[in-house]
Unconditional design. Structure first.
Length: 125
């Protein structure tokens, strides 16, 4: 039973990351249950449960006879959830590390600016 739950979480989580990463855009159809089951090597029922989870979270919608499609606003909803999760789960540890190391806000801003400029430079290449 734990394996199925892990498979479901992995499948739904991967689908969410695909949405966040822009692989699926609003209005795009989700891949077929069979294709996803084969890709993740899970039971098709596991994929159906994962897809139902996405419907329950109002990220996708069912269109009878056509399949499931990414809903308008799904990306913003996902980003909002990811931000909340980051601030609740990751930020406290990160903030504690910053404090422990004595990193100043000025150093953080400089590091962020350096990161942004290096990332922008890579995208232009």
């Amino acid at each position: 039973m734990e394996r199925r739950t892990a498979d479901l979480s992995t499948t739904a989580g991967s689908r969410r990351r695909h949405d966040l990463d822009g692989v699926l855009n609003e209005g795009d159809p989700l891949p077929s249950v069979r294709n996803v089951a084969a890709e993740f090597r899970v039971n098709p029922l596991t994929v159906l449960k994962a897809y139902q989870e996405l419907v329950d979270e109002e990220l996708v919608e069912k269109k009878r006879g056509l399949g499931m499609f990414v809903k308008a606003g799904a990306r913003n909803l996902l980003l909002k959830g990811e931000r909340q999760k980051f601030l609740a789960e990751h930020w406290p540890r990160l903030a504690a590390t910053i404090q422990r190391l004595g990193i100043t806000p000025k150093e953080l801003m400089r590091a962020a600016a350096t990161y942004r400029s290096s990332k922008t430079g890579k995208e232009k290449r």
